[in-house]
Design a protein around this ligand. Structure first.
Ligand code: PGA
Length: 313
């Protein structure tokens, strides 16, 4: 059986109105054009679809069946139209995000606001360290990546949307806890718990100390921010972490931020993707949301406005 969507559409209108004239009016066609479409459809299915008794039109048994299916097809076509429109407007679709471990501390709050606005989107969130993110960017695995300073020389589009201050943390009873403007050299006497190799925080820490000619006395290597905080609380050494990870411990006075010369190290959070990537409407909407709103949403105390980032590495 060979039939066209146009024939089905004309048939559906005639069957619904049981009138060629009213169907023609609805579809803005002439009555002979409607009759022609129905004739071709009947020829295609090789059965009559309408009975003409006097001036009245009735559906034949085949006509009833055809009406049932043509309505279902029309409904599906409308639904397809709607879904495509929603995809175009970014109101539906899938968003694949990969974020640095540290971003985990604020990404859920942002996603929650975004999802309230776009309840029909489906999000997958991968939390991993900088090294893995760089590989994912190279392999084009995620729609958007959120991490610290973008690598130099890569073909990336990156926008800074929020500051990422790195601070030195200690247990509240540490001898340096109450001191002001602790000289950097003084830190050479301390042991630091450091994040794993491949972590952006670790890279920034090493760069900072080497730029200032300070030898970092690295103690235990710890592969998560949470474990660093616990270890610092337990007195295993000092830590250097993003202030974004510390809200709860500072509020509960389980940890303190030391006042050290040159600190905080001000880094930035970037949203990035490969330059050539064709972002879906949902990904475009999320990127815009980060660049325009994330900073104010997470830091309502700061004056509204963009973040201007300087190259760090
Ligand atoms: P990290 O990344 O959580 O791997 O340390 C932070 C960053 O990219 O700066």
């Amino acid at each position: 059986m060979h039939l066209t969507l146009r024939q089905l559409k004309v048939f559906e209108a005639v069957a619904r109105h049981l009138s060629f004239r009213r169907a023609a009016e609805e579809l803005h066609l002439s009555q002979p054009a409607v009759s022609m479409q129905i004739k071709q459809l009947e020829a295609n299915v090789e059965l009559p679809l309408f009975d003409h008794v006097g001036k009245k039109v009735f559906l034949t048994e085949a006509g009833h069946e055809m009406f049932h299916y043509s309505r279902a097809i029309a409904d599906l076509l409308n639904e397809t139209d709607e879904v495509i429109e929603q995809l175009k407007g970014g109101r539906r679709g899938k968003l694949t995000l990969s974020v640095a471990s540290t971003v985990n501390y604020f990404a859920p709050a942002l996603l929650s606001t975004f999802c309230q606005r776009f309840p029909d989107i489906n999000i997958s969130l991968d939390v991993t360290n900088r090294e893995t993110l760089l590989r994912q960017l190279a392999d084009n695995e995620a729609d958007l990546v959120i991490m610290g300073q973008p690598p130099a020389g890569e073909d990336l589009e990156a926008g800074a949307f929020m500051e990422n201050p790195l601070v030195i943390i200690a247990p509240p009873d540490h001898p340096l806890a109450g001191e002001r403007r602790v000289p950097l050299q003084r830190l050479e006497d301390e042991t630091f718990l450091v994040r794993e190799r491949g972590s952006g925080t670790r890279g920034a820490t090493e760069r900072f100390f080497s730029q200032h000619g300070i030898t970092l006395n690295a103690g235990m290597e710890v592969s998560s921010n949470e474990a660093i905080k616990q270890s610092v609380q337990a007195g295993l050494g000092l830590g250097l972490l993003s202030r974004d990870t510390l809200e709860m411990e500072l509020a509960l006075n389980r940890l303190v931020v030391l006042d050290v010369e040159g600190f905080p190290i001000v880094r930035h959070w970037y949203v990035m993707h490969r330059r050539a990537k064709r972002l879906s409407p949902v990904a475009q909407a999320f990127k815009r949301f980060l660049l325009e709103e994330a900073n104010t949403l997470l830091h309502p105390e700061l004056p509204a406005g963009g973040v201007s980032a300087v190259a760090e590495e």
